[in-house]
Ligand binder design. Structure first.
Ligand SMILES: *Cc1c(COP(=O)(O)O)cnc(C)c1O
Length: 355
C-alpha cells in the first residue's frame, strides 16, 4: 500500500533527494569511495558545501554581509549560541510554544530577558499581536513556525531591534526578508535535510560585540572564519541539504514552495472546517501552512482512536498529534504532495460517511 508521510520531523524528503544521497553513500562522485569514508577536506567535497551555501544565498536572497553556516547540535544548540553571541544586556523573546520557551530558557543564563508576550494562556493556539519590543533590547527572538501547536508567523514583522528567527520548520517554504535579522537558524530535519545539521545565517557585523569570552565551538565567528570546517562537519546531511536545495530551485524556488504550501493547506483546512467530525485547533488567522493540527469535535471525541487506526490502515503515516495538543497533525513541508493531502481529505470524508 502507498504510504503518505505526514511526519513532523524528521520528515518527508523528495524521493530523488534521498536516492541521490543514498547513491553518494555508496560511491561519492564516482571516486569509488563512500561519502562517509572520505575527508571533509577532500577536493570533491568542498564544492558540495560551496554549492549548498550558494544555493541558500540565492534562494533566500541573502544580502551581502551575511554568512551561511552548517553547524551541529540541532536547533537546540542555537538556542544557546544565539544569546552567547548576541546578548549583551537584554534580549526580547516572543513565547509562542515549547521551542520558544526553550530558547528563552537558554537566554536567561546570559543576561536580562523580556518575554514580550505569550500565548500560553490558550495552549499556544494563537500568535500574540499586541506587545511592545523594548528598543534597548539587543535582539528580538521569534519562532516563525510552531511545529507542535500549528501556528505560524508567515509574514514580515517590523521590529525596532534586529530580529533572530528560529525557522526550523518553515525555512525555504516562503520568501524571507533576511535583512531584518541578525540571525536565522534552523535544524535541518523538518524542511531541508536529514537530521544532523543546522543551518545558520548570521550578519557578520553583529558578531563580536558582546565582550564575553565565548568557547570556540559556541562562537559563530569561529565557523564564519573556518567556513563551517573548523571541525569535521556532518557531510552526509550537508550533501542531502545540497540535493534538496537543488530540488527546491528546480521546482521554482521559495515563491513556488509558498504557493504549493498555500494550496496544500487550503485543501486540508477546507475539509477540517467542512467535516462535522473535526475542528482545527489554531486560531484561523494564525494557522500554520506547515503543521496542520486538528482534533475531533466534542461530540465525536471518542472516535479519535478509531479515526487514527482507520487513517493508518489507508496509508497515512505520522498524523497523530503531539501530546501537548492531542488529536491529529498533518505536517506538510516542501516535499509534501497535493496527492497525499487529497488522500487524507478523502479518508476524512469516508470516515464521516460511516458516522
Ligand atoms: C524541531 C524544532 C526544534 C528543535 O530542533 P532540534 O534540531 O531537535 O534541536 C527547534 N525549533 C523548532 C521550531 C522546531 O520545530
Amino acid at each position: 500500500m502507498k504510504k503518505y508521510n505526514f511526519n513532523a520531523g524528521p520528515s518527508m524528503l523528495p524521493r530523488e533527494v534521498i536516492e541521490a544521497t543514498a547513491a553518494a553513500c555508496l560511491d561519492f562522485d564516482g571516486c569509488g569511495l563512500s561519502l562517509m569514508e572520505i575527508s571533509h577536506r577532500a577536493k570533491n567535497f568542498q564544492p558540495v558545501l560551496d554549492e549548498a551555501v550558494a544555493l541558500i544565498k540565492e534562494l533566500l536572497n541573502v544580502p551581502e554581509g551575511y554568512s551561511v553556516l552548517f553547524l551541529s547540535g540541532g536547533a537546540s544548540t542555537e538556542f544557546c549560541r544565539v544569546p552567547y553571541n548576541f546578548l549583551k544586556k537584554k534580549a526580547a523573546y516572543l513565547n509562542t510554544g515549547t521551542w520558544s520557551k526553550k530558547a528563552l530558557q537558554e537566554a536567561k543564563m546570559f543576561g536580562e530577558t523580556v518575554e514580550v508576550a505569550s500565548s500560553a494562556d490558550a495552549n499556544f493556539n494563537y500568535i500574540p499581536k499586541d506587545f511592545v519590543v523594548p528598543v534597548d533590547a539587543d535582539y528580538f527572538h521569534i519562532t516563525t513556525n510552531n511545529t507542535i501547536y500549528g501556528t505560524e508567523i508567515r509574514r514580515e514583522w517590523d521590529s525596532p531591534v534586529p530580529m533572530v528567527g528560529d525557522m526550523s520548520s518553515d525555512i525555504f517554504s516562503r520568501p524571507v526578508d533576511v535583512s531584518k535579522y541578525d540571525c536565522i537558524y534552523a535544524g535541518a530535519q523538518k524542511n531541508l535535510s536529514m537530521a544532523g545539521v543546522n543551518i545558520v545565517i548570521v550578519k557578520d557585523e553583529a558578531l563580536e560585540k558582546v565582550g564575553r569570552p565565548i568557547p570556540t565551538m559556541m562562537n559563530y565567528m569561529t565557523h564564519v572564519k573556518g567556513g563551517s570546517m573548523y571541525n569535521t562537519p556532518p557531510v552526509v546531511p550537508i550533501y542531502c541539504a545540497m540535493q534538496n536545495l537543488r530540488w527546491i530551485k528546480a521546482h521554482g524556488g521559495v515563491e513556488a514552495m509558498d504557493k504549493l504550501a498555500h494550496q496544500r493547506a487550503d485543501i486540508l483546512y477546507a475539509e477540517i472546517d467542512r467535516n462535522k467530525l473535526f475542528r482545527g485547533t489554531a486560531a484561523v488567522e494564525d494557522r500554520s501552512l506547515m503543521n496542520i493540527c486538528f482534533v475531533m469535535t466534542d461530540e465525536y471525541k471518542d472516535l479519535e482512536a478509531e479515526f487514527l487506526s482507520y487513517a493508518t490502515e489507508r496509508g497515512m503515516v505520522g498524523i497523530k498529534g503531539h501530546r501537548s495538543v492531542g488529536g491529529f497533525r498533518a505536517s506538510c513541508y516542501n516535499a509534501q504532495t497535493i496527492e497525499a493531502v487529497e488522500a487524507l481529505v478523502q479518508c476524512m470524508k469516508d470516515f464521516e460517511a460511516t458516522h
